[in-house]
Design a protein around this ligand. Structure first.
Ligand SMILES: CC(C)(COP(=O)(O)OP(=O)(O)OC[C@H]1O[C@@H](n2cnc3c(N)ncnc32)[C@H](O)[C@@H]1OP(=O)(O)O)[C@@H](O)C(=O)NCCC(=O)NCCS
Length: 170
């Protein structure tokens, strides 16, 4: 079984929009329909469909531009890194390893992009599944408060990690 990232297209966007997490996970991720709208109107976002062989199992979205400034959709200063801003696996396809393989595919792809020497991700503090998943592939939580956790993976292509070079301003 191969997990791969594929473009969201005219053919698959409706199926992507219909993917769902479990009810108690809805607090952790925006609906895919919202994320697709965000990708259409916010600059620098790439939405991707996650397939296990030929079956659509999930959705991810990442930033592909290391612009300097601040992401409009977070409060963390953005200093050249790229970020995984959405990740979900449909409730019927979870706990089969697809999420971890999708994150690894994201790391492989993003590390080839300008700014991809460091990747950020944000998740709600109570989302232990996401935390375990990201830590298992090398992300290190560097900031945690009531609003959530920030984790960073540096030099992802070499698998090394280090502390962040910046802190959050708000
Ligand atoms: C987080 C999510 C993408 C994981 O997808 P998945 O395909 O089920 O993950 P995997 O099967 O690859 O699991 C990888 C690891 O994540 C952790 N994990 C995943 N789901 C978990 C859960 N419900 N509880 C605890 N740990 C969990 C485990 O450490 C697991 O490793 P293991 O199976 O060896 O124990 C999926 O649960 C999901 O869509 N959740 C709702 C949305 C969300 O939280 N997105 C992340 C926001 S940043």
């Amino acid at each position: 079984m191969t997990v791969k990232l594929c473009p969201v297209t005219q053919e698959n966007w409706r199926a992507v929009a219909h993917l769902e997490v479990a009810e108690d996970q809805r607090q952790f991720v925006a609906p895919n329909s919202y994320s697709l709208a965000e990708a259409a109107y916010e600059p620098g976002l790439t939405p991707m469909a996650i397939y296990a062989d030929e079956t659509l199992v999930g959705f991810a979205m990442f930033t592909h531009e290391p612009f300097q400034g601040e992401w409009p959709f977070t409060q963390t200063p953005y200093q050249g890194e790229l970020g995984i801003v959405r990740l979900m696996v449909d409730k019927h396809s979870q706990r089969r390893g697809y999420g971890r393989q999708a994150v690894q595919a994201l790391i492989d792809h993003m590390s080839q992009l300008p700014g991809g020497q460091a990747l950020l991700v944000n998740f709600i503090s109570t989302n232990l599944g996401a935390r375990q998943l990201y830590e298992s592939v090398g992300f290190v939580v560097y900031e945690e408060d009531a609003s959530g956790c920030w984790a960073r993976l540096t030099q992802p292509s070499s698998g090394e990690t280090s502390a962040p070079s910046h802190t959050r301003s708000s």
